[in-house]
Design a binder for this molecule. Structure first.
Ligand code: SF4
Length: 296
């Protein structure tokens, strides 16, 4: 079922800039997502409304964004807009609705920089528009000497194993398709890279696995790589923790006790684990000569 949502606000201003993605704002044209990744952090988290199988379309998004961006532009409050943080901007319905495209047209009009986060090859449809955003965007003062682009395109991958990806991300284009799409974007001169987020503990996070992932991303033209841990929220039916544990029970029962230990208290794994992943990713990026994160 598709719901019509009349949003009061569409441009969310963050209290602090995100250290990794560098966004000061976020825009989510949809609520929920047809890609249905079982680990999707919005299921069971505070952003989880509308993820119980229903997809929501923010029907007045363009009109509201026009007003909100005009006000911010008049005050010269430029900042990178993440598109999107709690939905997929290029999910299937976008092909017909072109809501993300219309949003990008408004963003271009007010010359805001953008960080696109996607798993979809549908982004290729908008490369003409994205090129203009890239060239015309005004970066916030403190990023002007640190970033050479007004647009960042970031593809998210959790595993390169196509079979596993089909189970975990049933509605999303396959990882190889994402890599090929990234390569096409890179060849057109965009700043593009891969977020290996979430890495799957004890499945896609080993030095060997991650080494292959970093090298593959580099071979396909990634200019940067992020690597981050899996977060698991909620104990109710349909929450990502419940769904992910069901996946483990079926395919990796031997890992269940290790996961229970790792996610014993918090939705994030223990700090020590996160530090190991960060160090491993940094070293591998150095080895394969690709930037770890956008600004280090
Ligand atoms: S593509 Fe992103 S927003 Fe959509 S289900 Fe997967 S993780 Fe969630």
């Amino acid at each position: 079922m598709v719901l019509k949502i009349y949003a009061k606000s569409i441009l969310n201003r963050h209290r602090r800039r995100d250290e990794w993605f560098l966004d000061d704002y976020s825009v989510n044209p949809y609520s929920g997502c047809s890609f249905k990744c079982i680990y999707c952090y919005i299921r069971g988290s505070k952003y989880g409304g509308g993820t119980d199988g229903n997809l929501g379309i923010k029907v007045n998004a363009v009109e509201i964004l026009e007003k909100q961006l005009r006000r911010r532009a008049m005050k010269k409050e430029y900042g990178i807009i993440a598109l999107s943080t709690s939905t997929e901007p290029y999910q299937r319905i976008e092909e017909k609705l072109k809501l993300t495209r219309k949003i990008l047209e408004v963003i271009l009009k007010y010359r805001f920089p953008v960080h696109i986060l996607t798993k979809s090859d549908m982004i290729l449809r908008d490369l003409d528009l994205l090129k203009e955003v890239d060239e015309k965007a005004i970066l916030p003062d403190d990023l002007q000497n640190r970033l050479e682009h007004g647009l960042i395109i970031n593809f998210s991958i959790s595993t390169l194993d196509e079979k596993l990806a089909r189970i975990l991300e049933p509605g999303a284009p396959q990882p190889e398709k994402r890599l090929e799409t990234m390569s096409k974007c890179e060849k057109k001169g965009f700043l593009t890279g891969i977020s290996y987020i979430p890495l799957l503990p004890y499945i896609s996070d080993s030095e060997e696995e991650l080494g292959v992932m970093v090298k593959t991303a580099k071979d396909y033209g990634a200019k940067f790589i992020f690597a981050g841990a899996l977060t698991l929220f909620g104990d109710k039916q349909g929450d990502c923790k419940t769904l992910y544990y069901e996946f483990l029970k079926k395919y990796y029962p031997e890992l269940l006790s290790r996961y229970r230990a790792l996610y014993r208290i918090f939705p994030q794994p223990a700090k020590e684990y996160q530090e190991i992943i960060e160090k491993r990713a940094r070293e591998l990026c150095e080895r394969y000569d690709v930037k770890y994160k956008l600004i280090t």
